[in-house]
Write a protein that binds this ligand. Structure first.
Ligand code: IPM
Ligand code: MG
Length: 360
């Protein structure tokens, strides 16, 4: 019997709804496989602000740090926009990533064939797309100092700093090359080296790391061109390596290749000192919250990633993945991926279907 402690942060908006579907799946896996899950539900994000006055309370932090994995649904609501930055849900998320030293954010862009028609892009362009965005997650503009809004030369001036040390670039580049080794052996590193000094260092360090990975093809691409190439010819990408802010933007863009941002899971991993975080890349979608409309598949696929990366259990990952494929093949769609001729299902119906189609 494998016992795993999971901290579940269902957060805000559609978070609680998609979390219920993840829990359903975990309960089933527990019954069918040799697992025992200790699921600790903790307040995080807006709900934590409501209940404790801060987005990432100490109790939540302790639970996360002593778990085998952290499962996070979504956080945020316009309701908190007027709070000072350090009290907002998003600050809690950045703190979680930093506290758990989760510097490598893996965002696989997986294309399910039955959804080829759901994308706004042409099928011929999309077919065969299979890429992994590897986004640096604890550095760059999100964390660099100095930052702030100050009065300078008589007027308000806002500033952030895109800062990377050599070691930060080196460790994320290594992850990218290691992952590429298990894929199609190609890394495209994204930067803005024609303008930014920090990007020049990024490029230099990635080149130096690549010397230890002679079997992996390395290319560099400027971020503006990368934004274009993702839409023009997504098949050329295998591993897309990039810094925090560029990765935030490019991964939302890449998600649309799959038809909906509601399909994309992610894993945020560190050096193993602390557990990894698994979360859908979508937000809390307050406009559709509590309507049983949200797509739970990104959350469910995040659970799958947890088995693969934290529990070293590729089999359960594949079982979940196959079930999701089956449910899509049989024409079931939540609203975000719905099309004429398919069957519209609710959040909880979609979760039930994934459970029913799980073949152990
Ligand atoms: C993401 C989100 C977050 C980010 C926000 C909510 C802070 O957009 O995970 O991509 O910018 O990293
Ligand atoms: Mg984002």
């Amino acid at each position: 019997m494998k016992t795993k402690k999971i901290t579940l942060l269902s957060g805000d908006g559609i978070g609680p709804e998609v979390s219920i579907e993840a829990e359903k799946l975990l309960n089933l896996i527990e019954k069918q496989f040799d697992y025992k899950f200790e699921i600790q539900k903790k307040d995080f994000g807006g709900i934590a602000i409501d209940n404790h006055g801060i987005p990432f309370p100490e109790d939540t932090k302790n639970s996360c740090k002593t778990s085998d994995a952290v499962l996070l649904a979504a956080i945020g609501s316009p309701k908190y926009d007027s709070l000072p930055r350090e009290k907002r849900p998003e600050t809690g998320l950045l703190e979680l990533r930093r506290e758990l030293k989760a510097f490598a954010n893996l965002r696989p862009v997986m294309l399910f064939d039955p959804l080829l028609d759901s994308s706004t892009l042409k099928k011929e362009i999309l077919t065969g797309t299979d890429l992994m965005v590897i986004r640096e997650l604890t550095g760059g503009l999100y964390f660099g100092k100095p930052k702030g809004i100050e009065v300078k030369h008589g007027e308000k001036t806002g500033f952030n700093t895109m800062l990377y040390t050599e070691s930060e670039i080196r460790r994320i580049a290594k992850i990218a090359f290691e992952i590429a080794r298990k894929r199609r052996k190609k890394v495209i590193s994204i930067d803005k080296a024609n303008v930014l000094d920090v990007s020049q260092l990024w490029r230099d360090v990635v080149i130096s790391v690549s010397k230890d990975y002679k079997d992996i093809a390395l290319e560099h691409m400027l971020v503006d061109n990368a934004a274009m190439q993702l839409i023009k010819n997504p098949r050329q990408f295998d591993v897309l390596l990039t810094e925090n802010m560029f990765g935030d933007i490019l991964s939302d863009e890449a998600s649309m290749l799959t038809g909906s941002i509601g399909m994309l899971p992610s894993a945020s991993i560190g050096d193993g000192t602390y557990p990894a975080i698994y979360e859908p890349i979508h937000g809390s979608a307050p406009d559709i919250a509590r309507k049983n409309l949200a797509n739970p598949l990104a959350m469910i696929l995040s659970v799958a990633m947890m088995f693969k990366y934290s529990f070293n259990d590729k089999n359960t990952y594949e079982v979940i993945f196959k079930s999701v494929t089956k449910v899509l093949e049989t024409g079931h769609r939540t609203k975000d991926i719905f099309q004429e001729g398919t069957k519209l299902v609710s959040t909880n119906e979609m979760g039930d279907l994934v459970c029913q189609n799980l073949v152990m």
